[in-house]
Design a protein around this ligand. Structure first.
Ligand code: SF4
Length: 370
């Protein structure tokens, strides 16, 4: 661990580097807690470049915590549409509603109340409280953990609980308490731009002389790779009904836990937003989808002009969700009348964006239009 003069020199070098070279990012232009909070939630699992346009559009539409709390959830999801991990948006709005109800619309300044909000864990609370209110909480996420592990040449699985606690203690000890907001951002910035997962740029690193991994020449061996789960392949078949007016049918977001991959109905992993009728298949997608639509959706002579379904293949869309590799075979199905599916809504195929949908649904919709 660094102490005394070395610790002071380390802090000085890192802060000076951050203040001179930090990227100009929209959420760094002011320290309003709502903006910091929104950026931290959007940045979870998502690249900075992808977040920027969403962040700006979202803020323009929901400029305050109250505006977010009062908006219809569908509208919030629509502005999140394409960013993925939609539970983040739902939690964000639930937290906004709690902030309005319990904290007069102001983000709580104490850790306990911050942690009680939906979607706020230790990392996010530390980031918001330090950046917005200059409170002395050190952040620890994957980026910061990697930097610390290299600085102190810590080997092994960094997410292993005892090792993670040790990293948190190191983060706490390094924290510059005179400027915790800048300090946390400097650590994150170092991990994002210099001390990157692959090929860290040690020659440009402001704290290279303090780095144990670099001294030992093992910076690229840390962190050690985690064992990956064996990938599982899943095939889905999606139905894009289209009537003569160019309308299609979308199903509502599945209720969490109500449907499973491998069952006959829409797996929750295909989309937690509005989506085309989709089933998991094990054999020929066309045959299985046709059989499913005829039996379960009651799509018979009363609802289709000819009683026959004509499935036009739209190609395959590939998608990965954690260890699952998903192939979706989509079919365009011209019908005289749209089928009456439970909870479904009719939407113009060329205006799918008017409801909250995922990138996957958007991609299938585009293929059907083409
Ligand atoms: S010297 Fe290299 S490995 Fe060490 S902290 Fe800097 S960039 Fe990371």
């Amino acid at each position: 661990m660094l102490t005394g003069t070395k610790l002071r020199a380390f802090r000085k070098s890192l802060l000076a580097w951050f203040r001179q070279f930090q990227r100009d990012l929209p959420w760094r232009r002011d320290r309003d807690a709502y903006r910091v909070w929104l950026s931290e939630i959007m940045l979870q699992q998502t690249r900075v470049a992808a977040v920027i346009p969403y962040y700006e559009r979202f803020l323009e539409h929901f400029p305050t915590v109250s505006a977010l709390a009062e908006a219809p959830t569908e509208e919030v999801l629509r502005f999140w549409s394409g960013l993925g991990y939609y539970s983040r948006a739902r939690n964000l709005q639930r937290a906004a509603q709690q902030i309005v109800a319990k904290h007069a619309g102001e983000f709580p300044e104490d850790q306990e109340n911050a942690l009680a909000l939906p979607g706020i864990g230790a990392y996010t609370a530390a980031a918001i409280l330090s950046i917005a209110f200059d409170q002395g909480h050190a952040v620890l996420d994957g980026n910061v953990a990697r930097v610390l592990a290299r600085l102190f040449a810590i080997r092994g699985d960094l997410r292993e609980p005892a090792r993670w606690q040790r990293l948190q203690r190191s983060a706490d000890e390094l924290l510059e308490r005179k400027a915790p907001g800048d300090w946390n951002q400097a650590m994150m910035e170092l991990g994002a731009t210099i001390c990157t997962p692959r090929a860290p740029q040690c020659l440009l690193c402001p704290v290279a002389k303090h780095c144990a991994a670099r001294k030992q020449g093992i910076q690229e061996e840390i962190p050690e790779k985690r064992k990956k789960r064996t990938p599982v392949s899943v095939t889905l078949a999606a139905a894009v009904f289209v009537n003569p007016q160019g309308d299609t049918v979308l199903l509502p977001p599945p209720r969490t836990g109500s449907e499973k991959v491998g069952a006959d109905h829409v797996p929750t992993l295909v989309s937690k937003m509005w989506h085309f009728p989709t089933i998991a298949v094990t054999g020929d997608p066309r045959t299985e989808l046709e059989r499913h639509l005829k039996s379960e959706c009651a799509l018979d002579k009363k609802r289709s002009s000819s009683g026959m379904l004509s499935l036009v293949a739209l190609g395959r869309v590939r998608h990965s969700v954690t260890y699952r590799q998903i192939t979706i075979c989509a079919f365009r199905i011209p019908v005289a009348k749209l089928p009456l599916l439970d909870g479904a809504k009719a939407v113009a195929l060329n205006e799918l964006a008017s409801v909250p949908i995922s990138n996957l649904t958007r991609k299938i919709g585009r293929a059907a239009l083409a």
